[in-house]
Ligand binder design. Structure first.
Ligand code: NAP
Length: 302
């Protein structure tokens, strides 16, 4: 293997330790801790496991953590009233509504009702706009793109002047990470190209990339021969391609693959993220960082 492995599991630990330290300092000096409320509607198993992990991480960091779970048939009106309650709760710095929401609820309406200063997921149009403007305007970069950028920075990859190619243009990964990488800022200053299903000759764009960020959700989409030797390859894709029995628990677990053919790509790239254990662990970590930031903004110490 020639590529250096960028392990999200290790970077997560580094960042969580930094957050934990800061939480203790703020508690000592200001007598407050970050407050996060998680709102889970219904009993979708994947959502339950995401929320459980978020709660566990927040608790480990010493945050105030409220779980406000709602039944599957909750009305939109009741959910909006709940958001309003937490918008006005001084002890809460971050409001997280776990997606997807049931059919009777307009997801956009719910996300837009969250106070932009407590929108730690960074999905509110005000925060999308702040991200676009860049610099000091940015409050809460969305968690997965923020995690990607943090991994690139901590791996020591040169981004300034680099050709960065993003595969995918979704609102939660592709568009925001493309925007972040082109900002006049540390860990950015790249020349950015975004490719998608209508792109002609995707291969030629990928081949130019010093930094290749792939978020398509198609296993093995990026072929090894599309990778420039020495490039930094960030594989965001998480695709279930089968099931196996876990050696640890003896239970059935999903076999996950990324959007890049890892085994072949690691012989060509300079850096690469594995799946699982790459970008995945970074998302919740950055959610915690945003919640801490929200408290720091409030205290005027950000
Ligand atoms: P999405 O909303 O489905 O968007 C996928 C994007 O990829 C679209 O812009 C689509 O293009 C493009 N695309 C799909 N197939 C393509 C192809 N054959 N050639 C070129 N472009 C193609 O997905 P997403 O939410 O961004 O997620 C992408 C992947 O990242 C998924 O596997 C998801 O599970 C994973 N993910 C991981 C994390 C994490 O690890 N924490 C977080 C979020 C997402 P069009 O716009 O033209 O349709």
């Amino acid at each position: 293997m020639t590529a250096k492995l960028i392990k999200g599991t290790e970077i997560r630990e580094e960042i969580l330790e930094e957050i934990e330290k800061e939480v203790k300092q703020i508690k000592e000096k200001h007598g407050v801790v970050p407050g996060l409320v998680t709102i889970l509607v219904g009993e979708n198993p994947a959502s339950i496991s995401y929320v459980t992990l978020k709660i566990k991480t927040a608790t480990r960091l010493g945050f105030k953590e409220i779980q406000d779970n709602q039944p599957e048939d909750v009305s939109e009106e009741a959910l909006l009233a709940l958001i309003d309650k937490y918008n006005n709760d001084d002890s809460i710095n971050g409001i997280l509504v776990q997606l997807p929401l049931p059919k009777q609820i307009d997801e956009k309406k719910i996300l837009n009702a969250i106070d932009p200063d407590k929108d730690v997921d960074g999905f509110h149009p005000v925060n999308v706009g702040r991200l676009m403007i860049g610099g000091a305007e940015v409050k809460f970069p969305p968690c997965t793109p923020a995690g990607i950028q943090e991994m690139i920075i901590r791996a020591g990859v040169e981004t300034s002047g680099a050709e960065t190619v993003v595969v995918g243009r979704s609102n939660i990964v592709g568009k925001p990470i493309a925007n972040m990488m082109l900002q006049k800022a540390e860990g950015a200053n790249s020349t950015v190209t975004v490719v998608h299903t209508r792109t002609k000759d995707m291969e030629s764009h990928c081949k130019r990339a010093d930094i290749l960020i792939v978020a398509a959700g198609v296993p093995g989409l990026v072929k090894p021969e599309w990778i420039k030797p020495g490039a930094c390859v960030i594989d965001v894709g998480v695709n279930r391609v089968g099931e196996k029995i876990s050696e640890k628990t003896g239970k059935k677990i999903a076999i996950l693959r990324g959007d890049v053919d890892f085994d072949a790509a690691k012989e060509i790239a300079g850096w690469i993220t594995p799946v699982p254990g790459g970008v995945g662990p970074m998302t919740i970590t950055m959610l915690m960082k945003n919640t801490l930031k929200s408290l720091k903004f409030k205290l005027g110490i950000a």
